[in-house]
Write a new protein. Structure first.
Length: 156
């Protein structure tokens, strides 16, 4: 049995594609790269929420043009009570706003995921920025981390 085409997130910022295993002709194998299917665009594990400012999520994975459909905040190291964060295509809130500054209080621990709303105007754009940033606007006030996953369509 061949391995499926899976996006693996490695520690911190590196996400890579596993080799394509004939996913176009065998639906049990996975989605082939370049088929414009919804997929992971970038991710970051262990984003520090106790410091305000930017963390580069990761370079966008193998796409020159993409549409963001979803952002997932999950795997919080503690119950987030005060932290606020946004996702942008540029540092310091520059570029396109993907997720406006949002309270992370729904992220109460490692088994919970929250799905902040992607800005409607951004969902209608084919983006080309090759980096995305998590901007912590208000820190947690104590040691806290979470994972960030950005999903969308590759339209390049």
């Amino acid at each position: 049995m061949s391995a499926p085409n899976v996006v693996n997130s490695l520690p911190a910022t590196q996400a890579v594609y596993a080799p394509e295993q004939n996913g176009l002709t065998n639906p049990n194998v996975g989605i082939a790269a370049g088929t414009n299917a919804r997929r992971l665009l970038c991710s970051f594990r262990g984003a520090n929420l106790n410091t305000t400012g930017d963390t580069m999520i990761s370079p966008v994975i193998n796409s020159a043009s993409y549409i963001v459909t979803d952002v997932v905040f999950t795997n919080a190291s503690t119950s987030l009570t005060t932290a606020l964060a946004a996702v942008n295509t540029g540092a310091a809130g520059a570029g396109n706003v993907v997720v406006a500054n949002v309270a992370l209080s729904g992220n109460t621990g490692p088994t919970v995921a929250i799905f902040p709303t992607v800005v409607t105007a951004t969902k209608a754009l084919n983006l080309s920025a090759q980096n995305m940033y998590l901007n912590v606007g208000t820190s947690q006030g104590a040691a806290a981390t979470m994972d960030v996953f950005v999903y969308g369509y590759d339209v390049s």
